[in-house]
Design a protein around this ligand. Structure first.
Ligand code: COA
Length: 322
């Protein structure tokens, strides 16, 4: 049987760190409130001359180096992002040129914070269908550009960054399976109303910034992720006791703890980066994965459960042996 295996990981965070205290100078909030409600202590913010493609390129180069794969060897690039540098061309095609690839297929995928698990699941299907040997999968976001800095209920939550993996086929276990969901009925709980394709009459007084009903999002996220992990274990025929690490989407420490509790996993078995990175949307899971690998927590042979929840709503996850 052919599995899709993660051959290498990489990530990139912009240099500039913005602490909660710095935010409290710009808006009515406190470090204490943000930490208690979210677990966030700081976030990274892209430099004025840095785009989501620039960050993605750095993460990609690190993942390719750790996988021992050159640009010429890649067969496909999938970049999960809701903050592409341009409306078009995609981030992925820019990476194709920058990384010295052949004229391989390259496309962006938009599932907001679940983007990376959607992209990894897609790459898994390309590998299993045959013909694709090396796929670069990324999550890259410049969310601080999409924030209304007058709105303390959203501005405190997000940060910038990129994460990447290179995957390829293997006879040894890799991805066992994935489960993906969406429910567009919730769109107005977490959205950026105006897009380039909005009708001329729609949302005339609203901007391109994120709007959120935080308390409602919180409830649906906890409920959906609790049900997702059970569904994933069943789908992959896995026992929760055999999961070595949960690598969750990093939106809120309370949501992460609730999911871990549902799996009966102690927090030592959860990769947590939300305190340092805040919510980097599609970049959050690959950033956490790379952090877990480079810190030595995640080792070859460990069983990982990756999950995410985001705007749409979208949610999903997968179980794999690293
Ligand atoms: N600083 C200080 N006070 C704030 C604040 C801030 N940054 N943001 C909101 N408040 C205030 C509110 O105005 C409200 O005041 P009031 O009681 O006088 O009306 C109070 O804090 C409680 O607000 P509420 O929104 O009910 O807080 P909460 O406990 O739900 O926490 C979130 C807010 C956003 C942290 C929480 O709902 C959350 O994390 N939701 C999920 C968001 C998320 O993860 N989204 C991405 C999913 S991918």
């Amino acid at each position: 049987m052919t599995y899709t295996k993660i051959l290498g990981t990489g990530s990139y965070l912009p240099k500039r760190i913005v602490t909660n205290d710095e935010l409290s100078e710009r808006m009515e909030t406190t470090d204490e409130w943000i930490r208690a409600r979210t677990g966030i202590e700081q976030r990274h913010m892209a430099a004025p001359n840095e785009s989501s493609v620039d960050m993605a390129e750095q993460a990609a180069r690190r993942a390719m180096e750790s996988a021992g794969v050159t640009g010429e060897e890649l067969d496909l690039i999938i970049c999960a992002t809701s903050t592409p540098e341009h409306l078009f061309p995609s981030n992925a095609t820019q990476l194709q040129a920058r990384l010295g690839c052949r004229t391989i297929p390259a496309f962006d995928m938009q599932a907001v914070c679940s983007g990376f698990v959607y992209a990894l699941s897609t790459a898994d299907k390309f590998i299993k269908c045959g013909g694709y040997q090396r796929i670069l999968v990324l999550g890259a976001e410049l969310f601080t550009n999409a924030l209304n800095w007058e709105d303390r209920t959203t501005a405190i939550l997000f940060g910038d960054g990129a994460g990447a993996v290179v995957v390829g086929p293997s006879e040894e276990p890799g991805i066992y399976g994935s489960v993906l969901h969406s429910d567009g009925g919730y769109k107005e709980l977490l959205w950026a109303p105006q897009g380039p394709g909005s009708s001329a009459e729609d949302y005339p007084n609203r901007g391109r910034f994120i709007e959120m009903q935080g308390r409602d999002v919180f409830k649906v996220a906890v409920r959906s992720l609790s049900s997702l992990v059970g569904e994933l274990l069943e789908h992959c025929d896995f026992d929760a006791a055999d999961i070595d690490y949960l690598v969750p989407h990093q939106a809120n420490l309370r949501i992460i703890s609730a999911t871990a509790e549902h799996l009966n996993l102690p927090m030592e078995k959860v990769i947590v980066t939300v305190n340092k990175h805040a919510n980097t949307s599609a970049a959050s899971v690959p950033l956490a994965l790379d952090h877990g690998v480079r810190s030595g927590q995640i080792q070859r042979g460990h069983n990982l459960l990756l999950e995410a929840f985001g705007g749409g709503f979208t949610w999903g996850g997968c179980i794999l042996t690293y």
